[in-house]
Design a protein around this ligand. Structure first.
Ligand SMILES: [Zn+2]
Length: 338
């Protein structure tokens, strides 16, 4: 079959790869309904993250189970399933505590930018739908797997609740999903920090009430001005750079919460700064598994349409263009059709 392999900076190829097989009794093999390129795939594509060997790319997935290992009990061939990019047993103490992304058996999904993929820890990781979803819901169900689950976690970690004033730093796909999530959680005001027209428009569509195009200290000053000098109750950091992290921390009010989900690159924080800011910080890889049943239900009952975040749809064979378009910010997120 064809699959996506990253060889180095700017070098991603769709090429013949070995079809996945059951390797452990707890595995499942799924036939993907669609796949996509993640903002986090770009770290390696841009050379920010070292690539020492060819990488089988893709960690966002939904599709139909075609085979399960001998120890898989709840997941069955023929079911439509969505899973998290973090694979988890859903039984260990961390999973039971709702942090499946820190599962004692955690693995990260790989190889999902392909027609078939192996999903380890299938029973713990996958959630099946009652029936086969209609085709038009596939992009939204795929979004649940990572980008929506991560935006939701950012909002949850930032303590968004009814009436909250929320700031979202980052207008990538995750930031936009953070806006959608904050809206679902009942936020009163959602300020999206973005300077790109198409992303601003999508943020407004997903529920943003205000747009701030200034960045850094100017952006912080603008947020303060809009909140009577107080700052935001909740801030979602969806970038992962030093500037964006400081922007997020400085936008929050004392006692406010910051959910940070952009994978940090070059972020170093000063202890005394953190001490005197008096703010809560919770981040990390999103425990998407915790949210899967709820988010899948919101999609299946058509209460949300996160699939709108895909603004480029291409065949798997053109995956290189999918990366390039996102790298050059011509696309927010690329959907790959098999
Ligand atoms: Zn676990």
């Amino acid at each position: 079959m064809l699959g996506t392999v990253l060889y180095g900076t700017g070098d991603v190829r769709c090429e013949e790869v070995v079809e996945p097989k059951i390797l452990k009794p707890t595995d499942a093999i799924i036939k993907l309904s669609a796949s996509c390129v993640c903002g986090s795939d770009l770290w390696a594509y841009r050379g920010v993250r070292d690539v020492n060997e060819p990488l089988a790319m893709g960690h966002e997935y939904c599709g139909v189970v075609v085979e399960v290992g001998s120890a898989v009990k709840t997941i069955k061939p023929g079911q439509f399933v969505v899973g998290s990019f973090c694979l988890s047993d859903n039984t260990c103490p961390h999973c039971q505590f709702g942090f499946q992304s820190s599962c004692e058996q955690r693995e990260f999904m790989v190889g999902a930018q392909a027609p078939y993929a192996r999903v380890p820890l299938a029973d713990g990781t996958l959630v099946a739908t009652a029936e086969m979803p209609s085709d038009d819901l596939i992009p939204s169900l795929l979004a649940v797997s990572d980008v929506l689950g991560t935006g939701w976690y950012a909002a949850d970690a930032a303590g968004v609740q009814e009436g909250s004033t929320v700031v979202v730093v980052g207008d990538g796909a995750v930031g936009l999903m953070g806006v959608l999530s904050a809206k679902q959680m009942g936020a009163g005001r959602i300020i999206a920090m973005s300077r790109h027209k198409t992303r601003q428009d999508l943020a407004l569509e997903f529920g943003a009430t205000d747009i701030v195009s200034e960045r850094g200290d100017e952006g912080v000053a603008r947020i303060k001005e809009m909140t009577n000098g107080v700052g935001a109750d909740s801030v979602l950091e969806c970038v992962g750079m030093k500037e964006s992290m400081m922007q997020a921390i400085n936008c929050a009010r004392p006692g406010g919460k910051i959910g940070f989900v952009g994978v940090p690159h070059g972020v170093e924080l000063d202890g005394q700064m953190l001490f005197f800011q008096q703010k809560s910080l919770l981040g990390g890889p999103a425990p998407v598994r915790r949210y899967l049943p709820h988010l899948m239900d919101l999609v299946l009952t058509r209460q949300i349409n996160p699939g709108k975040v895909f603004d480029l749809e291409i065949p798997l064979a053109d995956v290189a263009e999918g990366y390039k378009a996102m790298d050059e910010r011509r696309a927010i997120k690329s959907l790959l059709r098999m």
